[in-house]
Design a protein around this ligand. Structure first.
Ligand SMILES: Nc1ncnc2c1ncn2[C@@H]1O[C@H](COP(=O)(O)OP(=O)(O)O)[C@@H](O)[C@H]1O
Ligand SMILES: [Mg+2]
Length: 218
């Protein structure tokens, strides 16, 4: 489903984010991407979503080479990806239900259909009872679960979550991870980054990055 072949990424001659990274993620796998701040985790996830392109090597997602994908095809690629990225905040001027409905409305769903599916998505992350709340009335962990609901409402085949547990206490972090694992358990491929080694699931596959390089061949 996702394959990196000898991928390097240089933002500038003196900013190398990834060096010769190769790994594959199979359909339905749950993979943690670990490594300290600056290791290249966000860069790696952004390349899967075609936010950044490799300087060398190939990134293959669903059989498509990200380096060759036409700009017009990027929205179609992203429709199959549920993105939980740090820079995508919830809109604070509307309810969490409205936030989760948004990806459906922009892809042409009717309001009634969008509301029904958004409520189902909020139910899956345990927040249906808070549907009418404003984002800022929720805890950090609850807001992160709303972001998960928003990311999965279009039923993507892959979830990419960039440090979804950062800044959360352990209990909230575990709730966020449980919500992600619930989607993995129904067949969604999940790639979750964290700089916190304690957040890694001992049972899951872990890819370790350090200074832009894979530490343990995966
Ligand atoms: N847009 C950018 N321009 C220049 N350098 C960048 C950019 N984004 C990230 N970097 C650099 O690339 C390296 C990896 O960053 P990043 O992928 O954000 O790591 P992580 O998510 O593991 O903290 C860091 O040295 C960072 O400073
Ligand atoms: Mg990062």
């Amino acid at each position: 489903m996702i394959e990196f072949r000898n991928v390097s990424k240089q933002y500038s001659p003196d900013a190398t984010a990834l060096r010769d990274v190769s790994f594959t993620v199979a359909k339905g796998e749950l993979v943690f991407l670990a490594g300290p701040s600056g290791a290249g985790k966000s860069t790696l996830l952004k390349m899967i979503a075609a936010v950044e392109r490799p300087s060398a090597g190939q990134v293959i997602v669903n059989g498509q080479d990200i380096a060759r994908i036409k700009p017009a095809a990027v929205p179609f690629l992203r429709r199959n990806l549920g993105l939980i990225f740090q820079q995508q905040r919830l809109l604070t001027d509307r309810s969490i239900l409205a936030n989760v409905m948004l990806p459906l409305l922009v892809t042409g769903a009717s309001r009634a259909q969008a509301e029904q599916r958004a409520r189902a998505a909020l139910d899956k992350v345990g927040l249906l009872a808070r549907a009418d709340a404003q984002p800022l009335a929720l805890s950090g962990g609850e807001q992160q679960r709303v972001s998960i609901a928003r990311a999965i409402v279009n039923r993507p085949q892959v979830i990419l979550a960039d440090e979804p547990t950062a800044n959360l206490d352990r209990a909230s972090a575990n709730q966020v991870l449980d919500a992600l694992k619930a989607f993995h358990s129904v067949g969604v491929t999940c790639l979750i980054s964290s700089h916190d080694e304690q957040m890694l699931d001992a049972a899951a596959r872990v890819i370790h990055l350090k200074h832009g390089q894979l530490e343990v061949a995966a």
